[in-house]
Design a protein around this ligand. Structure first.
Ligand SMILES: Cc1ncc(COP(=O)(O)O)c(C=O)c1O
Length: 390
């Protein structure tokens, strides 16, 4: 593994590079937006894919027992979560799984709770399926985010069908603690609200923290939780459209599977299944090294932010390679902030407003790239901040 290697991704039909100009309005800058990594997918995954390609027929396939056991093994080794292969299902992606869960567990005009600022497809999947969005905005104090439980209790009194929960949270970087999860589950259980727990970032837990699967956090949690995980972020294989759905409650799993089968999506794709099995059976030490590397990248940003506390502030995340940077002291509108990052800094970032209420004045920066690229980007940020008026 060589995370320092610079790999050119241009002209590979890669969204982050090849669509940067189309989406952000400017090319030729450092792309720190789409949440994938500029590191090579590990060789044990590429080798497994190459081996399969030695066979010339790529017909219909299924997820073998070995694949399901690899998933269960990973959950146990990495998160201490004991699940059985028969509690596992599939989705081509975590967002598609949210869409299917909405179909399975609610009907049009039902309410669905989200906790902004949050990964923005949470909003669109709810509104595009004609459900009603209810906001339980996170509380922020000095860069540290918590759940507003009083507000949540009020919102749950309206009997929403489900809560879309991000654990760890994108973009605010929290790896929720046991006490927080317990309280959340307790409230949802009492109100009969199903928790769709998006745990796609659960393998990227930074030093000093741990991931607690929501379904493990409370004696009643497994009854009401559908968990969504994936090797896509962890191993940089998002293009293989393969993720994992877990429910210990057989009734929840059955309803989810009915929605999956109605859409004829249950089969998945042959390469995704092979990559998933290789990732979850051989990936432990690779992920440990990755997290170590990401931690150092995040620390570089932290150091720079401390130099410019009059303009920006940043709290190191507990998980993910995504930095949620508070630029409110710069006093810029979101449109101006966007222009500042594009034109003055030379970074393509996600503007915080995209993540809903509470995101105004923030940017999300993806630091999953070789160290020298991060240093180059931070040099641009340092210069631009020094030149900007406070
Ligand atoms: C919290 C969260 N959920 C889901 C996704 C996307 O998942 P998928 O590509 O599997 O739909 C992302 C990607 O950035 C994410 O951050």
């Amino acid at each position: 593994m060589n995370f320092d290697e610079i790999i050119h991704r241009e002209e590979t039909d890669c969204i982050k590079y090849d669509k940067m100009e189309a989406f952000l309005g400017k090319g030729g800058i450092i792309p720190m937006w789409v949440a994938d990594m500029d590191f090579a997918t590990p060789s044990f995954i590429l080798d497994a894919l190459k081996k399969r390609l030695e066979h010339p027929i790529l017909g219909y396939s299924y997820r073998s027992e070995k694949t399901m056991e690899a998933i269960a093994g990973w959950m146990w080794r990495r998160h201490g979560w004991k699940i059985n292969p028969n509690q596992i299902s599939f989705s081509p992606g975590v967002v598609p799984a949210i869409f299917l869960a909405i179909q399975a567990f609610s009907k049009p005009s039902d309410a669905v709770v989200v906790q902004p600022p949050v990964y923005f497809p949470f909003f669109s999947t709810v509104s595009q399926t004609q459900r009603q969005l209810i906001h339980n905005q996170l509380l922020e104090n000095n860069g540290f985010y918590t759940i507003d439980f009083d507000d949540l209790e009020e919102k749950l009194a309206k009997k929403p069908s489900m809560l879309l929960f991000s654990n760890p949270h994108n973009p605010v970087g929290r790896a929720w603690r046991k006490e927080e999860l317990e309280k959340l589950v307790d409230l949802c259980y009492k109100s009969g609200t199903i928790i769709i727990s998006d745990e796609i970032h659960s393998d990227l837990i930074l030093k000093g923290f741990r991931h607690i699967p929501t379904a493990m956090s409370h004696p009643k949690a497994a009854e009401i939780t559908l968990t969504l995980m994936a090797p896509s972020k962890t191993f940089n294989i998002a293009g293989l459209s393969t993720s994992v759905v877990i429910a210990e409650n057989a009734d929840l799993l059955k309803k989810y599977n009915q929605a999956l089968e109605a859409a004829h999506l249950a089969q998945g794709n042959i390469f995704g299944n092979i990559a998933l099995e290789a990732a979850y059976s051989q990936g432990d030490s690779w992920v440990d090294s990755l997290v170590h590397y990401l931690q150092a990248n995040l620390q570089l940003l932290d150091r720079l932010c401390r130099k410019h506390t009059d303009k920006i502030s940043f709290r190191l995340p507990e998980a993910t390679y995504l930095a949620w940077v508070d630029c409110r002291k710069m006093g810029m509108s979101d449109a101006k902030l966007n222009q500042f990052f594009l034109n003055d800094v030379g970074m393509g970032v996600n503007i915080g407003k995209l993540f809903g209420a509470g995101g105004e004045g923030f940017v999300r920066i993806n630091l999953a790239m070789p160290r020298t690229r991060v240093e180059e980007a931070l040099e641009g940020l340092d210069k631009a901040l020094s030149a900007s008026k406070s």
